[in-house]
Design a protein around this ligand. Structure first.
Ligand SMILES: NC(=O)c1ccc[n+]([C@@H]2O[C@H](COP(=O)([O-])OP(=O)(O)OC[C@H]3O[C@@H](n4cnc5c(N)ncnc54)[C@H](OP(=O)(O)O)[C@@H]3O)[C@@H](O)[C@H]2O)c1
Length: 246
């Protein structure tokens, strides 16, 4: 039996196990199983590898997309520039190779969301973790300029208290890459002044559980167009499957 799985903490929100279990059933893939590896400390990653000799591939999620890199033998070009890994392929020789499929998932899903004349739109990225790194790389490649909002003060970012009406007028695409609002904490939302948004705005939430987050509901209430992370999840999962089987 080939084992695939997801490494992260916490994992109660994740749809990946359901997605792959249904895929294996629907496509008659009888030699494969998908498991959750919920670890509180990234140092336990080596135990997962040692205890599961039939592991063929892993997805990596919150909060380990960056800290996993030091445990890998090689990082593929898709993850090198981004400096975040969300897919690991385990070769027949047991080598661990890191990839990034969030880039592909986010780019495709974003282009399905934005109007065709999106040129000139600017983006506000909320959060600066592993997924934000793939988001930044996509925006750079699409020539969409962006500003990152973080809890930490840094010369390259602004803090939430600095998001004011002027900034909201200038940045029409708002991308939530924080876990705020994710199951089970569905009453949370990023700390931004929602009253200042309008029907000019696009709210993209990478969170997909719940399907409509409080961030999206608050944007919708101001007339903004909204999208959740479900399509991205499916796109990056299919890309992961392609990587594991290439
Ligand atoms: N739909 C998809 O396919 C997909 C793919 C990737 C990720 N995601 C979702 O995206 C989210 C982030 O994942 P990730 O892997 O990037 O996680 P991560 O590496 O832990 O980064 C999350 C970032 O969010 C910010 N953050 C964390 N806790 C916060 C809080 N309490 N208040 C405000 N900001 C907070 C932090 O940025 P600062 O320190 O700068 O504030 C942190 O770096 C998760 O909900 C994940 O499920 C979805």
């Amino acid at each position: 039996m080939n084992i695939y799985g997801l490494v992260g903490y916490p994992l109660s929100h994740s749809f990946s196990k359901k997605y792959f279990t249904e895929k294996f059933e629907n496509e008659n893939i009888n030699d494969s199983k998908y498991e959750l590896f919920e670890i509180r400390d990234i140092a336990d990653f080596t135990k997962i590898i040692a205890q599961n000799p039939n592991l063929r591939g892993l997805n990596v999620t919150i909060p380990y997309k960056e800290s996993i890199i030091k445990y890998l033998d090689t990082v593929h070009d898709s993850a090198k520039k981004i400096k975040a890994v969300n897919v690991i392929k385990i070769s027949n020789e047991g080598k661990l190779i890191g990839y990034n499929s969030d880039y592909f998932g986010f780019q495709t899903s974003l282009l399905n969301f934005l109007p065709s004349d999106y040129k000139g739109i600017k983006a506000l990225i909320l959060g600066s973790g592993g997924a934000a790194k793939a988001v930044k790389s996509v925006l750079e490649d699409l020539s969409i300029s962006y500003l990152v909002v973080s809890r930490k003060s840094d010369p390259k970012t602004i803090i939430y208290e600095e998001v004011n009406e002027k900034i909201i007028n200038e940045y029409q695409l708002i991308i939530n890459t924080t876990p705020l609002g994710m199951y089970p904490n569905i009453k949370d939302s990023p700390y931004i002044p929602y009253y200042a948004f309008s029907d000019k705005h696009y709210f993209f939430d990478l969170v997909y559980n719940p399907l409509e987050t409080l961030f999206m509901l608050k944007g919708k209430a101001r007339g903004a167009k909204t999208k959740n992370g479900l399509e991205m999840l499916h796109l990056q999962a299919e890309k992961a499957w392609e990587i594991w089987n290439s």
